[in-house]
Design a protein around this ligand. Structure first.
Ligand SMILES: Cc1cc2nc3c(=O)[nH]c(=O)nc-3n(C[C@H](O)[C@H](O)[C@H](O)COP(=O)(O)O)c2cc1C
Length: 428
């Protein structure tokens, strides 16, 4: 009989444990449901057609073979409500899932007999050369997963010469993070503030700190329903009020008080907070106003439609194809499908960023072949952070860099410019 692999052994011991437990007679799935939250039943990825086995955990960052092996450790380390917040999608999570699944609907045809020994995946943007066409998508409040927060993600990405975007809701400011970025400052993601003067203050700070671009997020226009988060928050027995300001009458509902807690706002003068103002609407007018105020490049984050992309071209903004990782809407449109329509319309006139579901080097290579300039990775680097802190983010970067290089070589591309839309076809 052949020897069992480590994963098979751990699954077997997990099933033996179930057989000996009071939940005897149930399937592994039923038993998991009885022993924990429904979050534990989710497969780590729709591509992995096996029940998620929570007993298989890598012990050191260097043992992780792909980013999903860090996801399992991150889940174990994270408070239930924080895990739910990170992994949730909106409503039925159709968009969240489509982002990932649709990547497999576009296949790439490899070209053979090319010399790719010295293949080079580097990409230059804003006059800065990065090792790969990948950046860390902006994600708020990294300290909820590790006390070193954005300093850890900044250090690990800089060490790997990977670009980073810093959220308005970050728990370290552009001033702090740019100090650890080896002279390659982060891009600043902007959430428009109700008061234009506050918006100006945080944008001016990012510009002063050397940020080359501001990424304006435009995809969060309504209240949203984060199903997984809501459920996990209810199941989490810890008191949110220990660390968060909570909503009056609901001790389980944290509110983000940017004025008190978020460092990018720490230099905003009290007089600005206290003044009377008319809240701004988030429209093209707002972007024009921002254009007149800052010299930083402007990207519009959340573009999913060709007409909006063409408006960006007309007004000179970079296009950032995103649906917030499926967190804001559940209309099941994936970012990769939007890219397939947007890139041929944009025709290279402005750079295109994309994120949503990118987990492997081959995913990145496909998006670049389809016309993306840079590909954002969101949740996976948070898995690394929650699993092993800075070393975990470092491992995610190493994995994605190695996979991107291997994918380029495999499809016959010596440089990123060898990747082109003719190599892409719809998978059967
Ligand atoms: C926990 C979490 C927090 C996020 N916070 C922000 C944010 O502060 N600003 C923003 O523009 N996008 C935010 N996003 C969206 C990401 O920038 C990105 O669009 C998304 O994560 C990409 O999808 P992926 O996680 O599947 O890679 C957040 C996403 C997650 C998962």
């Amino acid at each position: 009989m052949r020897d069992l692999t480590r994963q098979e052994k751990s699954r077997r011991s997990f099933l033996q444990y179930l057989a000996a437990s009071p939940v005897l007679g149930m399937s592994a799935h039923e038993a998991l449901a009885a022993t924990g939250s429904e979050l534990q039943q989710r497969a780590a990825d729709p591509y992995i057609w096996k029940p998620y086995d929570p007993s298989y955990l890598v012990e050191k960052p260097e043992d992780a073979l792909d980013v999903f092996e860090l996801e399992a450790v991150a889940q174990k380390n994270s408070p239930l409500a924080h895990w739910g917040w990170m992994s949730t999608g909106a409503d039925g999570e159709g968009t969240y899932r489509a982002n990932r699944e649709d990547i497999s609907k576009f296949a790439i045809r490899s070209r053979r007999l090319r010399d790719v020994k010295s293949a080079d995946p580097s990409r230059e943007i804003f006059g800065i050369k990065y090792s790969v066409p990948i950046f860390l998508s902006p994600i708020g409040s990294h300290t909820q997963w590790n006390p070193d927060g954005e300093i850890a993600t900044g250090r690990a990405s800089a060490k790997n010469n990977v670009a980073q975007a810093l959220s308005t809701m970050a728990t370290n400011s552009t001033t702090e993070v740019n100090k650890v970025r080896n002279g390659k400052p982060v891009m600043f993601q902007l959430y428009q503030q109700a008061n234009w003067e506050v918006t100006k203050a945080i944008v001016a700070r990012a510009e002063r700190d050397g940020c080359p671009a501001v990424l304006v997020t435009v995809d969060g226009v309504s209240a949203r329903k984060d199903m997984q988060w809501e459920r996990s928050r209810r199941a989490d027995t810890r008191l949110c009020a220990t660390c968060h300001e909570v909503r009056a009458g609901n001790p389980k509902e944290p509110v983000g008080n940017v004025r008190l807690k978020k460092p990018q706002f720490s230099e905003v003068p009290a007089a600005i907070w206290d003044q009377k103002f008319t809240p701004d609407a988030l429209t093209w007018e707002f972007l024009k106003r921002l254009r007149d105020f800052t010299k930083m490049d402007i990207f519009v984050k959340g573009i999913m439609d060709v007409e909006d992309a063409l408006m960006c071209v007309k007004l000179g903004y970079g296009v950032y194809v995103s649906n917030h990782g499926g967190r804001n809407e559940d209309t099941a449109g994936s970012t990769i499908a939007s890219l397939a329509d947007i890139a041929p319309a944009v025709k290279g006139r402005v750079p295109i960023f994309i994120d949503g579901g990118f987990r492997r080097g081959m995913d990145v290579v496909k998006a670049v072949a389809m016309g993306a300039t840079m590909v954002g990775v969101g949740r996976p680097y948070i898995w690394g952070l929650a699993a092993f802190g800075e070393a975990g983010v470092d491992r995610v970067m190493q994995i994605l860099k190695a996979e991107t290089l291997a994918a380029m070589q495999q499809v016959g591309a010596a440089t990123l410019s060898d990747l082109n839309p003719k190599m892409i076809h719809k998978a059967l």
